[in-house]
Design a protein. Structure first.
Length: 187
């Protein structure tokens, strides 16, 4: 066994000195290995992907890469602003989305939050209102009509505010992660 190791190491040193190939035929010791076409493609791919962007989109990409994105996304959610620029308003009315951003021109057609905000709002609001109603009942022992008036007025107000916040949150997350509806690839 030791003899084969010595033989291989001596063969290797002789091959390196003579410039002969060891191993696969395309590898020669002392020369830099040739890059495969796939490696070259992966180096060029980001350039090809960005080549379809317009000049304005490249400017926005540079501006967004220099911003503090975590803080701007949180403020965009809390203020219901555009997920890309953080300046344009997201909603026309209380919960109705605009067609596009008035500041940067981002089209909001990609947005599809579905029933997500409503489901989250039901769970969160149910927990809060029930907990507060039980607290008020056991602490103050008011009449039934007080509960009807108090929670009948506060629950819809909480619901609209929470739905607006959750809808803005899901829209911002959808933009950040580039989430879209799944599609089948065409051959």
């Amino acid at each position: 066994m030791a003899r084969t190791k010595q033989t291989r190491s001596s063969q290797r040193s002789e091959a390196v000195n003579s410039g002969a190939a060891i191993g696969p035929p395309h590898v020669v010791f002392g020369e830099r290995p040739r890059r495969s076409p796939a490696v070259a493609l992966w180096q060029v791919l980001p350039v090809l992907v960005r080549s379809h962007l317009t000049t304005q989109e490249r400017i926005w990409e540079r501006e967004l890469s220099t911003q503090s994105t975590a803080i701007s996304r949180i403020s965009a959610v809390l203020l219901a602003r555009c997920p890309r620029c953080g300046k344009g308003r997201l909603f026309k009315n209380v919960l109705e989305l605009r067609d596009d951003c008035e500041s940067c021109g981002l089209s909001y057609r990609f947005i599809n939050t579905g029933d997500g905000p409503a489901v989250f709002a039901i769970f969160i609001l149910g927990f809060l209102v029930l907990g507060l109603a039980l607290y008020v009942e056991f602490t103050y022992e008011p009449a039934v009509w007080v509960h009807v008036v108090l929670w009948g007025a506060l629950t819809p107000l909480f619901a609209v505010g929470l739905l607006r916040l959750l809808k803005a949150l899901l829209i911002t997350l959808q933009f950040k992660h580039k989430a879209e509806e799944g599609r089948l690839a065409q051959k």
